[in-house]
Design a binder for this molecule. Structure first.
Ligand code: BGC
Length: 427
């Protein structure tokens, strides 16, 4: 783990420095967010949240520090939209936004809108972001290398039935940090362990060489969107990767990309477990004599099954048996179910260890001794032991030198987007 922290630290330093940035796997993108919320932001904002299979439109009302009202609607993004034409994807987003605004009689309200777009983006300003690469199963064409804010504006203009001001584009990690910082002034990191994984942190502006004004900015800090999912794309993680990782990667939509993310996040954890199970079944070492076609199919062992299996009390295998039953493997053999649980635990524990390495790397980089970390994402939120595993492994590395708190950051993508819109509107 120390070796991973070391390698990660190198990639982050390379990402921040102008000369080495092109070669760095952890790009450390400038977010153009330099102010954390004060807790005094108020008003009504729209937020769009695109980052996985669900797309959300939200109306966020910051009423007081203790009362933030969120009214939202979730739309699912079909595989066709994820993999089809970019114009169709953005037309769909604009249509959802328009429907939502009409339902809430907001189509002419010209509200400020924050666009949470959770993919690697190179930003030139707070309201301009160029998609560098799709991740998490998206591959809509005509979007990579384009300014996605412009694509959204064009789609809204094509409809011509809606007035909004797109004031900011942000990553979900940034939203998570902002949302946590609204209540805790010492929040310095935002992390996501969900479908994908990533983190952002508060860096000294003077270290952010990729930011044109880094030497003479009046503001001391800049939030950096690490995009740590791509760590390992140059082979530096091969010393801990297994043949299952190699398999999962080679069958993915983006082979050899997002290597760290593929060891950590929800999109891949279940698939890793499935590969291990299939190998053991082929060798007749588990579920002897049982054949299951379902388990041979890619993606059939979902990450939420890991959560379910590990939610059984120790020594109990009720959920485990149910999960396997649904996959066509009817068994009450405790030894097999024990092994199944053990396999799930190795994958979730490894994920938490790697995420802990990432957090410790950022904490040491900032050299802070007291902080909160805002965290969101389905794996962190729903896995019964993830929080504990993260802390256990961070403690191993930090050895009592830092006081930190890991906080579930509620709805960063919505509240965070509104807060950034609010902070931008102040300028
Ligand atoms: C994306 C990040 C995002 C993370 C968590 C990754 O695949 O590249 O931008 O923050 O997923 O949603």
């Amino acid at each position: 783990m120390e070796e991973i922290v070391l390698r990660m630290t190198r990639e982050i330093s390379m990402g921040l420095a102008k000369e080495t940035h092109p070669r760095a796997t952890i790009k450390c993108f400038t977010t153009y967010v330099q102010d954390l919320p004060s807790g005094r932001e108020r008003g009504r904002y729209l937020a769009l949240d695109l980052g996985g299979t669900n797309f959300r439109v939200l109306l966020v009302t910051l009423e007081s520090e203790s009362s933030v009202n969120i009214d939202g609607k979730t739309y699912s993004i079909s595989k066709e939209l994820m993999e089809g034409s970019g114009v169709k994807l953005f037309d769909f987003i604009a249509q959802c936004l328009s429907d939502f605004c009409k339902e809430h009689k907001l189509e002419n309200a010209n509200l400020p809108l924050g666009f949470t777009f959770s993919f690697p983006c190179k930003q030139q300003s707070i309201d301009n972001g160029t998609l560098v690469a799709w991740t998490k199963g998206f591959k809509a064409d005509g979007v990579v290398n384009k300014n996605v804010v412009e694509l959204l504006r064009e789609a809204i203009t094509r409809r011509g039935d809606l007035k909004v001001q797109i004031v900011a584009i942000l990553n979900d990690t940034t939203g998570t940090l902002m949302s946590c910082a609204f209540h805790r002034q010492n929040c310095k990191i935002g992390m996501i362990v969900g479908t994908g994984s990533n983190a952002c942190y508060v860096e000294k502006t003077s270290n952010v060489e990729m930011f044109p004004g880094y030497q003479n900015s009046s503001k001391p800090h800049m939030i950096i969107n690490c995009e740590w999912g791509a760590f390992g794309d140059n082979g530096v993680l091969d010393f801990v990767r297994t043949r299952y990782d190699v398999e999962v990667d080679s069958h993915s939509i983006n082979p050899k990309k997002q290597i760290f993310e593929k060891c950590i996040s929800g999109m891949y954890m279940g698939e890793l477990v499935r590969h291990i199970l299939v190998e053991l079944m082929d060798k007749d070492m588990i579920f002897k004599g049982v054949k299951s076609q379902t388990l041979q199919e890619r993606g059939r062992f979902e990450t939420r099954f890991i959560t379910e299996i590990e939610s059984d009390d120790p020594g109990k295998y009720r959920n485990a048996a149910m999960v396997m039953d649904n996959l066509g493997i009817r068994t009450s053999n405790e030894k097999d179910l024990m092994c199944l649980r053990y396999i799930c635990e190795t994958i979730s524990t490894r994920s938490a260890k790697l995420a802990a390495c990432g957090l410790v790397c950022l904490i040491r980089k900032m050299n802070v001794k007291d902080l909160s970390v805002g965290i969101d994402g389905s794996v962190y939120r729903f896995h019964p032991h993830y929080h504990r595993l993260l802390m256990q492994n961070m403690n191993l590395l930090l050895n009592g030198t830092v006081r930190y708190e890991l906080v579930l950051s509620e709805d960063g993508s919505g509240r965070g987007a509104a807060l950034i819109a609010a902070v931008c509107a102040k300028d």
